[in-house]
Design a protein around this ligand. Structure first.
Ligand SMILES: [Zn+2]
Length: 157
């Protein structure tokens, strides 16, 4: 189906936001991370991917994976459209770097008309915030708006 990732559910991101495509964290020394901390990072990423200015109008965007960083062979990297690692072997199964924790989101167009209809019905159902009239969306903490009015009852638009 038709898909333009630059067209979003909301064309009005908050004025104090910036557009990025990646976050990198280099720890000064190796650190221990608990499963609960990983989960909290994942929740922030899910909050970001679920905000209406980060959701493609004609598609979906979600946290697709988290775990050790895969080290793809040069052949696999080329096949996947990734930048080949010069130190990686030419062929073979991917190896995993347990010292690098990776989170990855995916976005794609709706696959079926039914999926599109259901997504539009859900977006419509969340309505506008009854306090500030801004669009609402689902976050890990519940329904919220750009001003964080969390859970204000949906107002008919
Ligand atoms: Zn609000």
């Amino acid at each position: 189906m038709e898909y333009d990732p630059s067209k979003r559910v909301s064309a009005r991101p908050p004025s104090n936001s910036s557009m990025i495509s990646k976050i990198e964290i280099e720890f000064g020394i190796p650190v221990h991370v608990t499963a609960a901390q990983e989960r909290r990072i994942a929740e922030v990423i899910e909050e970001i991917t679920g905000q209406p200015w980060n959701v493609p109008l004609e598609g979906v965007h979600w946290l697709a994976g988290m775990g050790s960083k895969p080290k793809f062979s040069q052949a696999d990297a080329l096949f996947l459209g990734r930048e080949p690692d010069p130190d990686a072997p030419e062929n073979g199964e991917p190896d995993f770097d347990d010292e690098v924790l990776v989170f990855e989101t995916h976005a794609r167009a709706f696959v079926t008309h039914r999926e599109r209809e259901e997504a539009f019905r859900e977006r419509e159902g969340l309505g506008l915030c009854s306090v500030c009239q801004e669009p609402q969306w689902k976050s890990p903490a519940g329904v919220t708006c750009v001003n964080g009015h969390g859970g204000a009852p949906a107002k008919e638009s």
